[in-house]
Unconditional design. Structure first.
Length: 819
């Protein structure tokens, strides 16, 4: 009897692949376990077993697997089901979902290893038969058993050594083998303890006498006793050395004499430092009513849209919901859009739940992700998982509740690489699979979510008042046209904003200034010929960054030194146009030299703990004015902020996108919500050239309903979500003509079945990125159409497209529900 398994390979290839297994392997294997399998001519990949069966493939003779990598599954059956849904809905391969879901350490791949061919005796090969490079490789192989390709490159000082190695393999000087290397390395810490024979008082006294004049060793022992008295925790060698200010030699001497013993423990890389548990919180009457409503809606199995204005106390309601799930022994997933949000949130959750809180996001190392993944799968640590969108793909075993905070945020959408899933929407599906409840919390719901609540697809729970004595901020629009006309501007600051900042600082309060553009200036322009430096790889101008005096592309990273003269005509009459966060920071240092100013944008938060440091400093009042991009708009809670300034609201409103007005409203309301989060009313000042714009008027009165009605009316007329679904297909290639021809063929083929529901092809706002031209085709699917049939037709057209030779170099990406 023959046995087979279907295996998911972590590549962008459709379908699973069938492999043969022995009877013994059949008895050991289960779906969700990892196996090493041969793929292609000589490569070995880690695959996940999707199915075990006895059906021989019709088309090919299956290869046997190399080895089984696990003793038990690392992916649950429910996870596999969720992967299949993501693959089907977002039109990507299972392999792409697998690569996104599993920490890289799980995905062992073979590496080419170079070994000496022992059939050739070293004496048979003279230096004349070999090139200098080949001789160096063989000489190195005489000293060690094998080399990796990277090591050969370092030895020869070359990037591409494959031609040299292939020639040597053809001449049978070397053998090229595939080996799998384990990537995970446990974190081991050295600890010290008192030897058992010295644990009684008499032996201790004798030991101290024996040490006599060895003062440093005696000091180490005394510090050991001090640390032992302070805590029952194991004492690390490093900590004891630091406490005693001793050398390794002194500590080693104590170990050699048998007074101390050294031992090693494996510890988690991800540690929760907070040990204190706070008392339970008291909800207001409105919060309690919202909590009761949410729990009452659990029975309906509908997603719950929790619409609470800024500072209404949604987090306190979340904590109550989490507490009830933890008491039932359930797991809770708390999704946030940005890593920046996790810092404050984690502190609050740890204060109530202590060691139950675990964190998972992209700034973690692969080793940290690996450990967290296993803890969640085995339920060995932490019932509450806080994370960004990738946390949705973790192996939950007993999920009771999913909370999606700031659920309107675009950051929940994965853009590149595939799978291009939306964590909010995928979380709804996961909640159904797990039979868990889901709450989508936000002060400014997405149009789609609020529409779903209006048609009773979602349950709606509202919090319309700020928590406790906190009152909403007063919001004022500043007409920049008038201010410039009356010469009441200093740089990009109106007199009203400058005066408000000064008064706020005098009162000992803090200020947040929002400008959704980083860098110093987006454009450098010559007054003589009009030339602006552009990126050679992308269709965008280079942004000036003053801190390192460079011109940078924010798409591909290309950068050059700042030019003192025009690169086209040589004129020195060059100036900057527009402004970003860096220019605001510079102007503030001139306007208010005594103020402590900091900046929070992508440039200042690249490090692993960079967000935390800025937020901690602001919370501790070490920063007076915080200037930032949209990172500042996402649910941060600063009690001492009395003033929020928006430097230019028009940049948001004038973006060429059907969601621009919705996003502008959301961003401005969210950033306004950072002001006045105590009993004292805060102030928000929005600078604009168009103060009569309907969105800005709606922001000043926080009229979400008015904005919603207006946007829904427009979208219904122009066939956009929530009345139509969208699928964006992008053609990308370095050759302009190839992209043009391929996109035209594709759009015509799609129109054969979808007719007027196909738009394009059209160039996006930035038509070339990283030297690749791109054209977009938009497919609109009416709500009464079969989504499955439409997607099947798109995949059928894609298959035909890929069979045409001249189009094979033009890459296709499919984005379902683009944002």
């Amino acid at each position: 009897m023959n046995f087979y398994i279907d295996v998911i390979i972590p590549l962008a290839i459709n379908n699973t692949f069938t492999y043969a297994i022995s009877h013994e392997e059949y008895d050991l294997l289960q779906p969700g376990m990892r196996v090493a399998v041969p793929f292609g001519k000589s490569k070995i990949y880690t695959g996940i077993v999707a199915k075990i069966h006895q059906q021989h493939p019709e088309i090919y003779t299956p290869k046997f697997i190399e080895t089984i990598l696990d003793q038990s599954p690392i992916v649950s059956r429910l996870q596999l089901e969720f992967w299949k849904w993501i693959s089907s809905y977002y039109l990507c391969s299972l392999g792409e979902v697998m690569r996104a879901a599993l920490p890289g350490i799980f995905l062992l791949e073979s590496e080419t290893v170079i070994q000496r061919n022992n059939q050739h005796d070293a004496l048979d090969l003279t230096h004349h038969q070999l090139s200098d490079e080949q001789f160096l490789v063989l000489e190195a192989l005489q000293k060690q058993s094998h080399l990796k390709i990277k090591e050969v490159g370092q030895l020869l000082g070359k990037k591409n050594v494959l031609p040299i190695l292939q020639e040597m393999a053809q001449k049978k000087y070397i053998l090229l083998e595939q080996e799998i290397f384990e990537q995970y390395k446990p974190k081991l810490i050295n600890y010290v303890r008192l030897s058992e024979s010295y644990e009684n008082q008499q032996a201790m006294n004798a030991m101290l006498e024996e040490l006599g004049r060895a003062h440093k060793q005696k000091e180490i022992v005394m510090q050991f006793f001090t640390l032992k008295a302070q805590s029952n925790k194991p004492i690390s060698r490093k900590k004891l050395k630091e406490k005693a200010q001793a050398s390794d030699a002194s500590l080693n001497a104590l170990v050699d004499k048998g007074y101390l013993e050294e031992y090693t423990l494996q510890i988690d890389r991800v540690q929760n430092q907070n040990q204190e548990i706070q008392q339970a919180i008291n909800l207001s009457a409105e919060q309690q009513a919202a909590l009761n409503q949410i729990e009452a809606n659990y029975k309906s199995s509908k997603p719950i849209l929790f619409h609470g204005i800024t500072s209404s106390g949604k987090t306190e309601v979340y904590i109550k919901l989490i507490d009830k799930q933890i008491k039932k022994g359930k797991q809770v997933l708390f999704l946030v859009p940005e890593i920046a949000l996790t810092t404050q949130l984690i502190k609050r959750l740890e204060a109530y739940f202590g060691q139950e809180v675990m964190v998972y996001h992209s700034k973690y190392s692969q080793q940290e992700r690996f450990e967290t993944y296993l803890h969640i799968y085995n339920q060995t640590k932490g019932k509450i998982i806080v994370g960004t969108r990738s946390a949705l793909l973790l192996p939950f075993q007993d999920l009771g509740l999913i909370l999606v905070d700031e659920s309107h945020e675009n950051s929940f959408k994965q853009l590149n690489p595939a799978p291009r899933y939306h964590a909010r929407d995928a979380a709804v599906v996961l909640s159904h699979l797990c039979k868990a409840s889901i709450v989508l919390g936000t002060a400014t719901p997405s149009i789609e979510s609020y529409y779903n609540a209006q048609i009773d697809k979602y349950a709606l729970v509202s919090l319309k008042k700020r928590y406790g004595p906190v009152v909403p901020p007063e919001i004022h629009l500043i007409n920049l046209k008038e201010k410039y006309k009356r010469k009441q501007m200093k740089g990009h600051f109106s007199d009203v904003l400058t005066e408000a900042i000064e008064q706020t600082l005098l009162a000992g309060k803090q200020v947040i200034l929002f400008q959704n553009r980083r860098g110093y200036s987006p454009t450098l322009e010559c007054h003589t010929c009009g030339h602006s430096p552009h990126c050679p790889n992308c269709d965008v101008s280079l942004t000036f960054h003053k801190h390192n005096n460079s011109l940078r592309c924010h798409y591909c990273g290309y950068h050059i030194a700042m030019q003192k003269a025009c690169m086209a005509c040589g004129s020195s009459e060059v100036s900057t146009k527009g402004f970003g966060t860096e220019q605001i920071e510079t102007e503030l240092n001139t306007l208010l030299p005594k103020a402590r100013v900091a900046r929070m944008d992508l440039d200042t938060t690249r490090g692993k703990n960079a967000y935390d440091k800025i937020i901690d400093k602001f919370e501790q009042h070490s920063i007076d004015i915080l200037v930032g991009t949209q990172m500042l708009t996402k649910g941060l809670d600063f009690r001492n902020v009395d003033l929020v300034g928006v430097m230019n609201a028009d940049n948001l409103l004038n973006f060429p996108d059907f969601r621009a007005h919705e996003r502008s409203f959301q961003m401005l309301v969210q950033v306004a919500g950072r002001a006045g989060r105590t009993a004292k009313q805060g102030k928000v000042l929005i600078q604009t050239f168009n103060p009569h714009h309907q969105i800005l008027q709606q922001v000043t009165t926080n009229s979400y309903e008015d904005m919603f009605k207006e946007q829904v009316y427009e979208r219904k007329n122009f066939k956009y979500p929530p009345f139509y679904r969208l699928i964006k297909i992008t053609c990308k290639q370095r050759d302009y003509n190839a992209v043009e021809e391929a996109s035209l063929w594709l759009s015509e083929a799609l129109r054969q079945g979808l007719r007027d529901n196909v738009l394009g092809p059209e160039f996006p706002a930035v038509a070339r990125i990283r030297n690749e031209y791109r054209k977009n085709i938009i497919v609109k699917i009416p709500m009464n159409y079969s989504v499955k049939k439409t997607k099947d037709f798109i995949l059928k057209v894609k298959k035909s497209y890929e069979s045409i030779g001249k189009f094979r170099k033009v890459k296709l990406t499919i984005d379902v529900d683009p944002v």
